[in-house]
Design a protein around this ligand. Structure first.
Ligand SMILES: Cc1cc2nc3c(=O)[nH]c(=O)nc-3n(C[C@H](O)[C@H](O)[C@H](O)COP(=O)(O)OP(=O)(O)OC[C@H]3O[C@@H](n4cnc5c(N)ncnc54)[C@H](O)[C@@H]3O)c2cc1C
Length: 395
């Protein structure tokens, strides 16, 4: 594998850097203790930035050109994601879900009408989606889902509960998996639906995480009517749509780019903070810890680069994506733990406090890093995949 970027890729990297510097707001989202206000502002900022990216032609850069995307190479996608995360820029989650799996699924399995209705909205960042998969009794074993959709005239009527639905409070549409046949093995009776979030009977309730952030929700479906034309793909074959994210960027490079930014902040703090008559950065134990984290982050980056490289060669990464996800999310926990130890008792202060070091970024990250090893497949599930597909161990 060749680690160097080509001159064209270097120039693209420069373009992305300049675009983000110019277009991503420099000032942080207003300091407020109002969690809902913060969530709203962050969403609006991400949506506005997505629209700018759409205008620039970069929002759907991973999509093939014939579908209105940018047709970018996997390496360009990697560069884009790395720069976005390193610089703390982001699009709002409902838009990113539309781009990552709803849109690609519609392109592959949607009706012409569905494509005509939804694809332009996704490409222009006009409307976003949340993902209704998990339920209180179905997460890792997703096929155990119980939410029922029963045909009734021109509609399906949905009853049940979904949970951990990221961005449901900002999304215009839901991408819903529900059981349409209870008489067949569990993987076979699931169908996919597009549900308008304003439909009567659908209630979204906030779930606040331990970082005091409202990002996910629990959702109750009480006789929610979905027109039959909003079924995506073949009835009862929804399970096969769940896996679709095409072979778009899936290296996880953004995680490592975010870790790099945080490590740099910690290094600055160590250099500029007085401790025991010298500087914090004189402490040999701390120096060793920071050096170790740097090595791990660089190793992780190359795990991610390897995936993009494999994709650019037409290979399909599988266990490699699990390795990157597992390593990146667990490394985040080690990084933030080291950060909290380094900042001492002040490190516990939230971003609202004028005494919070690094504006509370490490405290927030420390609390949020816990869920990273659960979201998008837990560490145990990733280890199972690596054991089976990477090491050839029996199921
Ligand atoms: C930040 C965040 C955002 C999320 N966003 C969404 C979203 O937008 N939409 C959505 O539908 N869901 C979302 N989820 C839910 C997420 O997909 C599930 O939490 C995850 O799949 C785990 O399922 P569970 O919580 O039901 O845990 P369980 O599956 O019940 O697992 C409990 C424990 O058992 C372990 N375990 C389970 N099965 C095995 C096994 N076979 N071998 C070994 N260990 C096992 C798990 O690793 C875990 O430690 C989100 C979760 C988080 C944390």
């Amino acid at each position: 594998m060749d680690f160097r970027f080509s001159p064209h890729e270097q120039a693209f990297k420069q373009d992305v850097q300049e675009f983000i510097k110019k277009e991503w707001p420099k000032e942080p989202v207003a300091d407020t203790d109002d969690m809902e206000e913060e969530s709203k502002q962050s969403h609006l900022r991400g949506r506005a930035f997505a629209k700018k990216l759409a205008k620039k032609g970069w929002l759907a850069m991973a999509w093939p050109k014939q579908y209105g995307g940018g047709g970018a190479s996997h390496i360009e996608q990697l560069i884009y994601h790395e720069e976005m995360s390193y610089r703390g820029a982001h699009i709002d989650t409902p838009i990113s879900m539309g781009l990552s799996w709803v849109g690609p699924s519609l392109l592959l399995y949607g009706t012409e009408e569905q494509k005509k209705t939804f694809i332009p909205k996704i490409l222009n960042a006009e409307e976003g989606f949340c993902t209704f998969y998990s339920e209180p009794g179905a997460g890792s074993d997703l096929a155990a889902m119980q939410t029922r959709a029963v045909a009734d005239g021109d509609d399906f009527v949905v009853n049940g509960q979904k949970i951990w639905t990221t961005g449901a409070h900002h999304a215009e549409w839901g991408w819903l998996a529900a059981r349409t046949d209870t008489t067949v093995p569990k993987h076979k009776g699931i169908s996919m639906f597009l549900v308008d979030m304003k439909t009567p009977g659908l209630t979204v309730k906030p779930l606040v995480n331990m970082a005091h952030v409202h990002s996910f929700n629990e959702d109750f479906f009480d006789n929610v009517r979905i027109p039959k034309q909003n079924v995506v793909g073949e009835l009862n074959r929804g399970w096969y749509l769940l896996a679709v994210a095409l072979d778009f960027e899936r290296s996880g490079v953004g995680t490592f780019a975010g870790h790099t930014r945080n490590l740099e902040q910690l290094l600055d703090f160590a250099r500029n903070t007085k401790s025991n008559g010298g500087r914090l950065s004189d402490n040999p134990t701390l120096r060793a810890k920071l050096a170790e984290l740097k090595v791990e982050i660089e190793a992780g980056r190359f795990l991610a680069y390897r995936i993009a490289w494999m994709q650019s060669k037409g290979l399909v990464p599988n266990k490699e994506a699990s390795i990157s996800k597992l390593f990146g999310s667990e490394l985040g926990q080690r990084l933030y733990k080291a950060g909290m130890e380094m900042l001492g008792l002040y490190g516990q202060l939230d971003k609202g406090s004028k005494w919070a070091p690094l504006k509370g970024a490490i405290e927030r990250g420390y609390l949020s890093s816990v869920s990273a090893t659960i979201a998008a497949g837990t560490s145990e599930i990733q280890r199972n995949i690596i054991a089976q597909r990477g090491l050839g161990l029996p199921r």
